[in-house]
Ligand binder design. Sequence first.
Ligand code: AMP
Length: 299
Amino acid sequence: MSLVIVGSVAFDTIRTPWGSRERIVGGSATYCSLAASYFTRPRIVGVVGRDFPRKTLALLKSRGVDLEGLKIKAGKTFHWEGKYEEDTNRRMTVRTELNVFADFRPEVPARYRNSRIVYLANLNPEHHDFVLGQFHKPGLVAMDTIRLWIDTKRETLLRELGRVDIFFANDEEARLITGEINLISAGKALVGLGPSLVLLKKGEHGALVFGRDFVFGVLAHPCEHVIDPTGAGDSFAGGFLGYLDGSPGPAPGEVRRAAVYGSVLASFAIEDFGIGRFLTLDRELVEARFRQFRKLTAF
Ligand code: AMP
């Protein structure tokens, strides 16, 4: 069992119509590893500055996250600021301060190189080669992206899609990449670009899983009070990949269960600002919500 997550460990400033938080802990690798930690012992490759709180590093360790690949460098931690409108499915990036992330050359510790699953979270697609070249034939390579790379590194991104097994995208990203407005067409078109599995996330409306010969739909947990949608996508990926890491392989039944776990972990992430909800979340609560999903969709 081994899942390596290459991505950001960050400070986030979040503004929602209901409240704001300044410089709280976030980052794609942070959310993803916490979500995955309910199923496996995820390994992070990333970088933070000396200003990053030791207590968060201790929290990650206490959840079984392996931090050997997380570099602590002189300088400031990556800082992202985002703003949500009443429709929490839409968000705006207000500011991105790369800081120590600017010249991040993700170095994979020798101990991680035989890992089974590699997740490239929001990484500049130009760095994929450098990262993947350090692994010995991972069983599954997964990636996520953000609008920034679709707008600025389109050709590289399309090339990288041809090399990965699993691709996570939200509805906006899927439409921008494929030019298809209809999400079913967009999902199928993404599978046509290379990945054998595409996880198309639709915010409060759940997600669709596209395989070469199947489509599967999973709801989002009906949550009336979304506090902070940040990290939902990465928590979805963490739940999905963490579960798969503990399963024998990506057979269709396992992929379906993994997608439900993805949705379960995302639903917890949005119940508090930042990573707050993970402080008290345990496996029992995760399983209880998994069972609620069963009830919700049984007919
Ligand atoms: P999500 O809401 O799951 O799509 O991811 C939110 C996380 O992505 C936040 O905690 C941010 O710190 C992180 N993030 C935002 N922009 C970037 C970027 N350009 N590179 C890496 N991580 C980012």
